[in-house]
Design a protein around this ligand. Structure first.
Ligand code: MD6
Ligand code: FE
Length: 209
């Protein structure tokens, strides 16, 4: 990690490294993301059953991309609109995974979420992976957001904290299946993205190594 970093542990197995990536690293990562969205365009996913659109736009890189549509959530090797294989996960992210997780196998999916000002993400768990022993590594870029972290049950107590550009969040251990979501994004809180908004990357190991 390249920035001045302050580590907080909001819950067991959950580590927030605020300021983990300095501006130079954030810009390099953004260049990589532009390359990815050039090959695998952001698309508007829809919700299982209802087919309602998400407010977040998505794409993926890595051998297994995460997709959501009327028939459910799943990992698949191809972009749902272009049919092409997903682009590779950038080396910088593979290195960050090794450095922060120490997991003995590389991530297989990097989900790219783009939030315009009014986008949000409801409370959910990341539970579509077989390798639940691996943490999920999340990186925030652009505008600040409020992250809500609950417990293992949907109805439990929640806490919330802000995620800023360059922050790295790991969710694993006893809280690997904790509920979480994004309540809101605060416009004009970062100059990283020319047209504003927020990008979140989540890296996951999907299959058991
Ligand atoms: C977001 N993040 O920050 C959404 N999931 O936009 C997630 O859904 C997430 O940050 C699992 C682990 C870390 C995360
Ligand atoms: Fe999640």
């Amino acid at each position: 990690m390249t920035g001045f970093c302050n580590k907080l542990t909001p819950a067991p197995g959950v580590d927030l490294h605020s300021g983990a990536l300095d501006t130079t690293a954030q810009r390099r990562l953004l260049d990589d993301i532009r390359e990815i969205t050039g090959q695998a365009p952001l698309y508007n996913p829809t919700m299982p059953r209802t087919g309602k659109p998400w407010t977040v736009r998505m794409t993926s890189c890595g051998p297994q991309g995460w997709v959501s549509d009327r028939s459910g959530y799943r990992y698949q090797p191809n972009h749902p609109e272009t049919g092409n294989p997903w682009p590779a996960i950038p080396q910088m992210l593979l290195d960050l995974w090794d450095e922060t997780t120490g997991y003995p196998a590389p991530p297989e999916c990097c989900l790219v979420n783009f939030y315009a000002d009014n986008a949000r993400m409801g409370l959910h768990r990341d539970e579509d992976e077989e390798a639940l022993d691996a943490p999920v590594l999340s990186i925030s870029l652009g505008d600040t957001a409020t992250f809500r972290l609950g417990g293992l049950e949907r109805k439990g107590k929640t806490q919330s904290f802000k995620l800023h550009s360059g922050d790295v969040l790991l969710i694993g251990g006893d809280n690997r299946l904790a509920y979480h979501g994004i309540d809101r994004v605060f416009p004009n809180t970062s100059t990283l993205l020319k047209d504003g908004g927020r990008i979140n990357l989540t890296l996951r190991r999907v299959t058991k190594p």
